[in-house]
Design a protein around this ligand. Structure first.
Ligand code: ADP
Ligand code: MG
Length: 697
């Protein structure tokens, strides 16, 4: 293993490199741009670009690319070499400030959800100096935002940056009210824990479903699944360990703080967690992490599956979005403080989050909605589709006492009045015991657990930042005009607890009782993507996003369309893959087994007329029935997706895909899995669940 501090960030044009490579004035100007968002002078940009290029070429780079995150949810890159022709047919390596600051990829093939029709087809990428440039695969990658010439965001980064500004502004108003004169900015911090599966590459290549859709569309339950719970935190097998080591090293080179790795609950499932950083950088780095996970796997003859539900009946993969806000002076605003004033501030931020989550359950649900995640949320695993939050008994007790105006007792300590008393200390582990909550307070941050493993963390953080900016704004409005700060503050918290405590649930979120209880409390239960997405367009949500400049109305509509279109496309591809696999592989396999069975029966009879062929006949009968049944269902499924249909809009189409196509797929799969259980192993065309889940040693 190489020297970690030495390799860490070696492929990143970070602050240290900037300081070393840039003239003092240029460095200062760049820092200003990075920290205060000040626009950059083209002359300064020229100097920066040249230094970047020299550094990159020294590291073996030949190309540069504007690296961005279109609404496909993955990253995009188009590489240009640094070459510049000079006389005598020779070239030199060049990179200008203009090329650094702005690029013009052909936007017409990226999803724009109707924005293109209304505005210009062209789009441009713009450098995001707050996220460091890095070298990947011989290219200098420059993190960029992607917008249309009309100014509409065509990507995930732009609204994320806007939402970070929104919460910065509102949180700063609150901090000022508490007399904070040191902080200049409030920063959203995020640490995403990433789950994934690792399977053997040769087996992956034998499964068209995994290749085309990322998940298995068939597969009977193996004799052993996850029931022994012997995988979670288990000893890491040598092949996996070698993979994890190389992955860590690659991530470290890219300046990603890969920190924790362990086996997860399901066989072949693992997790990687980085140390948190700003939401913007965490989002870029999570995308890079997912990319590297796949790339490094191939080198070890493994395949990394990032789908939310690669295997039915086995735990799916999620992503835990640990979220907090802190000042630029390094104070975590969700850390309960030690003085009355700090505690009052903490309680106010906590109240703002409680209110935001309750008022905007729909947006949090939408931010994690996808065809893949529909297999997890509410499907008896991971958090349910109902948004609720966990704050622990201790904090709940305190909020409750504020609501009733009573004294909160903890052992020999008591808490009476906000802003006057110090909160009793609550041990951190008392806030970290509920693993079933979709949104849990874990001592000094919230952990949003509804994310699927594939999703970009941009959208969940856009939502969190915006909804909390909004409640903070409301609080700041009231407090700024208050005659008596402390009593207004107490009243605010009191009122918030009273009106929004229904969103707090400290019990088991996986239980049936919670479903009933949540219904009684009037909480939303948006079971699927199709149920959730229409809420995006409500007047209240449009007004909210417009107020904070995070999304314009047309941007919301475009995102709504794209999310639903993606949903339809994914199920469409899955259905076609299913039809293909059944017709080309599964039915022929079953037929060849049946052929051998009948041959065997005929042979036996020829040998001895009164011999029993009961086994062959029974199997043949059962298989004949099942295969005819499967064929019938497959033809219906094929017809469901292939026949011409008219839909009034994309929502109606998505509903059709969920209620008709997806339902038919589930039914068809059941029959195919029955057949798999009966057909001899040597006939079966694919590696089984047992093979896939237990093959990596
Ligand atoms: P667990 O598995 O118990 O949830 P981990 O230690 O694996 O906990 O992950 C916790 C994650 O939370 C890490 O990525 C960590 O960096 C992140 N985290 C810690 N403090 C903060 C914070 N203030 N803001 C955002 N994320 C944080
Ligand atoms: Mg966690």
């Amino acid at each position: 293993m190489s020297n970690v501090p030495e390799i860490f960030g070696s492929m990143v044009f970070n602050d240290t490199v900037m300081k070393e490579k840039l003239p003092k004035d240029t460095y200062k100007a760049l820092r200003k741009t990075r920290e205060q968002g000040k626009p950059m002078d083209i002359l300064v940009a020229n100097v920066v670009a040249n230094a970047m290029k020299d550094w990159a070429v020294e590291k073996g780079a030949t190309h540069f690319t504007h690296w961005f995150q279109p609404m496909t949810g993955i990253t995009a890159e188009k590489h240009d070499s640094f070459i510049y022709p000079i006389e005598n047919g020779k070239v030199i390596m060049e990179f200008s400030g203009k090329e650094l600051i702005q690029g013009e990829p052909d936007a017409s093939s990226f999803p724009s959800g109707g924005l293109r029709a209304t505005f210009e087809a062209r789009g441009y990428t713009a450098w995001d100096p707050t996220s460091n440039a890095f070298i990947k695969d011989g290219s200098l990658c420059i993190p960029t935002a992607f917008c249309s010439y009309g100014g509409e965001a065509l990507d995930k980064k732009t609204p994320l940056l806007r939402s970070m500004n929104a919460i910065d502004k509102q949180a700063m108003r609150v901090l000022k009210l508490f007399g904070n004169t040191e902080a200049h900015r409030v920063i959203t911090t995020v640490g995403p824990e990433q789950e994934y599966f690792l399977i053997d590459k040769a087996m992956f290549e034998k499964r068209k479903d995994l290749i085309y859709t990322g998940r298995t569309l068939f597969g009977a339950k193996p004799p052993k699944g996850q029931e022994l719970e012997d995988h979670y935190f288990g000893v890491i097998k040598p092949r996996v360990s070698a993979y994890m080591k190389e992955l860590d090293e690659e991530l470290w080179k890219l300046g990603i703080f890969a920190k924790t790795k362990h086996n997860e609950v399901a066989p072949s499932q693992h997790e990687l967690a980085p140390i948190f950083t700003t939401a913007n950088v965490a989002t870029d780095q999570n995308q890079l992490t997912m990319e590297m996970m796949k790339k490094v796997a191939t080198k070890h003859n493994l395949t990394c599956l990032l789908h939310e539900k690669p295997f039915a009946g086995v735990n799916g993969s999620g992503k835990h979005n640990n979220w907090s806000i802190s000042t630029d002076t390094g104070v975590n605003l969700l850390e309960p403080g030690e003085s009355p004033r700090e505690n009052a501030q903490f309680l106010l931020f906590l109240a703002a989050i409680v209110k935001a989550v309750d008022e905007h359950q729909d947006l949090l649900r939408i931010s994690v909605a996808s065809a893949g995640n529909d297999h997890r949320l509410g499907a008896n695993e991971a958090p349910p589709a109902i948004v609720s939050m966990f704050i622990g008994d201790e904090l709940m007790g305190i909020l409750q006492s504020i609501e009733d105006g009573s004294v909160y007792h903890q052992k020999d300590k008591a808490f009476m009045t906000i802003g006057v008393d110090v909160l009793p200390t609550f041990p951190k582990d008392s806030t970290d015991r509920n693993r079933t909550s979709p949104f849990a307070f874990t001592g000094n941050k919230f952990e949003f657990r509804m994310l699927g493993s594939t999703v970009s963390i941009a959208c969940p953080n856009i939502m969190l930042n915006t909804i909390i900016a909004d409640t903070l704004c409301g609080f700041a409005d009231e407090l700024e005009k208050a005659a008596d700060f402390n009593s207004t503050l107490t009243e605010l918290v009191k009122k918030t607890v009273k009106e929004h405590k229904r969103i707090i649930f400290n019990g088991n979120n996986y239980s049936d009782e919670w479903l009933q209880e949540a219904k009684k409390r009037g909480l939303l239960n948006l079971a699927s993507t199709v149920d959730a997405l229409p809420y995006y367009l409500s007047d209240a949500n449009v007004a909210l996003f417009e107020k904070y400049g995070v999304f314009s109305k047309s941007e919301i509509y475009s995102r709504y369309e794209i999310q639903l279109e993606n949903y339809c496309k994914q199920i469409h591809i899955e259905a076609l893959t299913m039809v293909d696999m059944i017709k080309k592989d599964i039915l022929p396999a079953a037929c060849s087994y049946m052929k051998d069975l009948s041959k065997e029966a005929i042979n036996k009879k020829q040998l001895c007329a009164d011999i029993s062929c009961e086994l062959e006949e029974t199997l043949l009968k059962m298989l004949s029935t099942l295969t005819s049944d499967l064929y019938k269902k497959t033809i219906e499924l094929d017809d469901d997706v292939e026949s011409e249909k008219e839909f009034k809009d994309v929502l109606e189409e998505a509903k059709y895909y969920r209620n008709t196509v997806f339902a038919q797929m589930e039914d068809t799969r059941k029959t195919a899995d029955e057949i798999e259980k009966m057909v001899g192993e040597k006939y079966w065309p694919y590696p089984t669940y047992g093979d896939l889940l237990f093959s990596v040693l």
